[in-house]
Structure formats: structure tokens, C-alpha cells
Design a protein around this ligand. Structure first.
Ligand code: SAM
Length: 260
């Protein structure tokens, strides 16, 4: 099931992604200039969970256009991105060159990376903003994260809060509950930036295939991998409904734990 899901999502993320990043962040030169002006701004609160990144080996999984990886490299991190879309890679590497930093960019399904080469090499594994719905099963994902980390390494995982899948916010900002929080189906959906193109152009966009997880499933998968949970922070929506959850961040560490 993961293979089929990844193939669909690769097609979706390989369609006009470069064009989208140019629309959103400008030319690679403009994007690089903005990152170099204030790399910390791009990391929002997440830098606080990582500590000093200078000299740290950091894996940015599903790292897309490099909009986190490049600021991290600017701050002294030794950064490897894994992402399935060659269009994202092209934009990210052009921005990195303009920003005068080096990043390693692996174009691959996360589930096909060379674990023999990469295991136990990272101080930090970082993912953020629209991640877990690309996975058909969280157990193999959490296993990969565990294996990538060195002993003492840390996972920083930020994503949309699962409650969002049942909260519908209308144009007048009133919120209403809709749908099934416990739905386990794989669902067809739009790639994140489809709505930014004209209706004519939207017709050619391939669909994504997505699985929306509950908070319990996410926390359980991380804990079951052997990582030790340090924090589950819930953050408010960044819109006129800050009384509702918007995102969450899990911080978990790879410590040796003797289980009885
Ligand atoms: C919404 S973006 C995540 C946000 C991202 N952190 C950023 O910096 O913009 C989701 C990314 O996941 C990638 N992706 C989806 N499924 C994947 C998979 N199975 N393996 C690797 N990358 C995947 C897509 O190509 C896309 O770039």
C-alpha cells in the first residue's frame, strides 16, 4: 500500500512544484537572500527544541524546497534532505547554491533510502508541516527515524494537529465539526499548492493519496519505536481561530532504556 501511495504522491509533487516555489518564495536568488537575512526566522519555535545546531548532523525528512534545510545549514548544521520530488530538489539546490551553503539532497521515497549507509548518523531528525498523511503506516516510519538517529539523538516532529481534519472553518471564521476523527481510509486529495493555480491549470493536477492519523496513533508509533518522549506541545491555529489547535510538535530522544 505504501508503494502505491508514494507513487501517487510523487506524481503530485512532481507537477509544477518548481513553478509553485517560484510563485511563493521568488527566484532561487530572492529566496536565498531572504534566508540569509534571517535564517532563524524560518525555523520559528523549532530551533528551541534543537538547541545549538552548529556542527550537528541533521536529517530533514520530506524536506521539500529546502525552506528549513537551507536555514539550518546557514546556522552551521550539516544537513541531508530526503524528498520524493525531483522538482523540489532542483529548486532547493538552486536556492542553496545562491545562499552559499551546501546541503545533501536525496531524491527518494523515505521507505527506499539506503539505511545501511545512513543509520546511526544523525544528531537530529526533523520533519515539519504536512508530513504524516503521506504514510500508510506509522510503524515503519518511526522505525526509520529511530535507526537514523545516533544514540542520544533527537526527533523533532511538527505537523498539523489531527483535530483539524474534523474542523471546518467557513469564510466568516465560524468553526464547525464535520467528518470522522477515527477514519482510517486512504483518501484522495489535492496537493497543497493546487489552489494557487488557475482553474484551467488545476485540471491537469494529479491527486495525492493521504491517510490522516489521530494524535493517539502518532504518539503511540513514536513511543513504540523505542524513542523516549520528552514533549508533546500543541500550538494554536495561526488564523482568526487561535482558540483551536493548529499544529503539534513531538520532541523525543534516543536513549538507552533498560526495560524490565
Ligand atoms: C508539505 S511538504 C512538507 C513541508 C516541508 N517540510 C517544507 O519544508 O516545505 C511534503 C513533502 O513530502 C514529500 N513526500 C511525500 N511523500 C514522500 C515519501 N514517501 N518519501 C519522501 N518524500 C515524500 C513531498 O514531495 C513534499 O515535498
Amino acid at each position: 500500500m505504501q508503494k502505491e501511495q508514494s507513487e501517487m504522491n510523487k506524481k503530485a509533487w512532481s507537477h509544477k512544484a518548481y513553478e509553485w516555489w517560484e510563485k511563493k518564495s521568488g527566484s532561487p536568488k530572492e529566496a536565498a537572500e531572504d534566508i540569509n537575512r534571517d535564517p532563524e526566522k524560518y525555523m520559528r519555535k523549532h530551533l528551541g527544541y534543537m538547541g545549538d545546531v552548529n556542527g550537528k548532523r541533521i536529517a530533514v525528512l520530506l524536506g521539500s524546497s529546502g525552506r528549513k534545510a537551507i536555514p539550518l545549514a546557514r546556522l552551521g548544521g550539516i544537513v541531508t534532505v530526503v524528498d520524493i520530488s525531483p522538482e523540489n530538489e532542483r529548486y532547493a539546490l538552486e536556492v542553496a547554491r545562491e545562499a552559499n551553503v551546501e546541503i545533501e539532497y536525496i531524491v527518494s521515497d523515505l521507505f527506499d533510502i539506503d539505511m545501511e549507509k545512513l543509520k546511526h548518523t544523525f544528531d537530529i531528525v526533523y520533519l515539519e508541516g504536512g508530513i504524516l498523511h503521506y504514510f500508510a503506516d506509522l510503524t515503519p516510519f518511526a522505525r526509520i527515524v529511530y535507526e537514523l538517529l545516533k544514540d542520544g539523538g533527537r526527533l523533532v516532529l511538527n505537523d498539523f494537529h489531527p483535530i483539524r481534519k474534523v474542523i471546518y472553518v467557513s469564510e466568516d471564521h465560524t468553526a464547525e465539526l464535520r467528518g470522522d476523527y477515527f477514519d482510517t481510509r486512504l483518501l484522495g486529495g489535492d496537493v497543497a499548492y493546487k489552489g494557487m493555480f488557475s482553474l484551467d491549470e488545476q485540471e491537469s493536477f494529479p491527486d495525492c493519496l493521504l491517510r490522516y492519523w489521530t494524535l493517539g496513533e502518532i504518539v503511540t508509533a513514536v513511543a513504540a519505536s523505542g524513542l523516549v518522549l520528552e514533549q508533546l506541545a500543541e500550538e494554536p491555529r495561526n488564523d482568526p481561530n487561535p482558540h483551536l489547535p493548529g499544529s503539534f510538535t513531538i520532541v523525543a530522544n534516543k536513549f538507552r532504556v533498560d526495560r524490565v
